[in-house]
Write a protein that binds this ligand. Structure first.
Ligand code: PLP
Length: 388
């Protein structure tokens, strides 16, 4: 009988029941506007403030006022990059990497199209950055805005963000990191690092979709992209999404308490899955630096098979994973992250990402290890390349 096994937690997580519970009073009981002068609104504002403190605590921000609530991780990334570039005099040099999420690459290319100089740093075969190249780019003699992710969403590979931030700051630049995939999975502390801006997203850490936050270090200038009222200290106008803000606060508070256990649990499941796949599926390889990754993420390539075909067959038996590849205009484009890592042609199309979360179990791994090897075997038999 088919089970349902969800192993796509880097795409989104289930909302924790405790999070939903904490949100409910803000729909029908405490539905006031936090900007209102009356006590009905004031009570709601206190809950928004409490949520801000919880988000600040998760990322180790010194002042809750350094947290701006946004609608998602993509908004936080756009706001950080375009907002800090707009607030700088002249045309800063923009630095990023080839393996960023589209929410970072999009605004960087937008700026490049408008005449800003953009440096896109390469990664090596394991997905790591060359720190010499970071240093070179950061000392270009021009003011810089650098946006470099902390954990890669496809491979889980971690960049040494504190060291990178230090190099960028030495060169006088502004440093932003997309921490959407690391927040809640590994401890981070912005007050101890020279990070100016940091993005997080609620739906990667058991809060709902449609809520995010941007950390803006005190003194860092950003031009608001939504102008209007004075919400978020004039940095993002619009009446606050109170229930979701409260939910994000609860999720951050819960995650702080469970992070170490969750990480250990996810690592154990991930490692057992990898060992099982490598032992049973010939021609499989793990992509990315295995000694420097998020605990619950694995990206595995299967030689001479299409990732999309694997996904469809997994879906048929109730296993929900993902592939880095995107089906663009009728052609199957391999993942930009794996291409940047020069994953061989025979492997680059056949990659699957399994990302574990708090609610996965050993039985999920057993089920994948039962269903996946025969799928790979069947697809190999059908592949003209594997036979040739
Ligand atoms: N950055 C990274 C690394 C991500 O993985 C994602 C989502 O997958 C985002 C940004 C965008 O976050 P959101 O879906 O909240 O816009």
């Amino acid at each position: 009988m088919n089970k349902t096994v969800y192993v796509d937690n880097n795409a989104t997580t289930a909302v924790a029941p405790e999070v939903t519970e904490s949100m409910l009073p803000f729909f029908h009981e405490q539905w006031g506007n936090p900007s209102s002068m009356h006590t009905f609104g004031g009570k709601v504002k206190r809950n928004v403030d409490a949520a801000r403190e919880k988000v600040a605590a998760l990322i180790g921000a010194e002042h809750p006022s350094e947290i701006i609530f946004t609608s998602c991780g993509s908004e936080s990334d756009n706001m950080a990059i375009r907002g800090s570039v707009d607030a700088m005099d002249g045309h800063p040099h923009v630095i990023t990497t080839r393996v960023e999420h589209a929410a970072v690459l999009g605004p960087c290319h937008y700026l490049e199209d408008r005449g800003y100089r953009l440096t896109t740093l390469e990664v090596d075969a394991k997905g790591n950055l060359d720190m010499g190249k970071v240093r070179e780019a950061s000392s270009s003699g021009k003011k810089t805005v650098a946006s470099i992710m902390w954990a890669n969403n496809e491979t889980g590979v971690l960049f040494p963000v504190p060291e990178i931030a230090a190099l960028i700051k030495e060169g006088g630049g502004i440093f932003h990191t997309d921490a959407v995939q690391i927040a809640g999975k590994l401890p981070i502390s912005v007050k101890d690092q020279p990070i100016d801006l940091l993005s997080i997203s609620g739906h990667k850490l058991y809060a709902p979709k449609g809520i995010g936050a941007l950390y803006v270090r005190r003194g860092t200038k950003i031009t608001p992209h939504i102008m209007g009222g004075h919400q978020e200290r004039g940095r993002r106008a619009g009446t606050e999404n109170v229930p979701y803000i409260v939910g994000l606060g609860t999720a951050c508070e819960m995650t702080m308490a469970t992070m170490a256990n969750d990480a250990e649990h996810e690592r154990r499941l991930r490692d057992r899955l990898e060992a099982g796949i490598l032992a049973t599926c010939k021609g499989s390889q793990i992509n990315g630096d295995v000694s420097n990754r998020l605990p619950g993420t694995t990206n595995i390539s299967f030689e001479y098979v299409e990732g999309e075909s694997i996904l469809l067959m997994l879906d048929d038996v109730g296993i929900y994973a993902s592939t880095g590849s995107a089906c663009a205009s009728g052609s199957l484009e391999p993942s930009h992250v794996l291409r940047a890592m020069d994953v061989p042609r025979s492997m680059v199309h056949g990659s699957i990402r399994f990302s574990f979360g708090r609610y996965n179990t050993e039985a999920d791994v057993d089920y994948i290890l039962e269903k996946l090897p025969p799928i790979i075997k069947r697809l190999r038999e059908l592949s003209p390349f594997a036979q040739g």
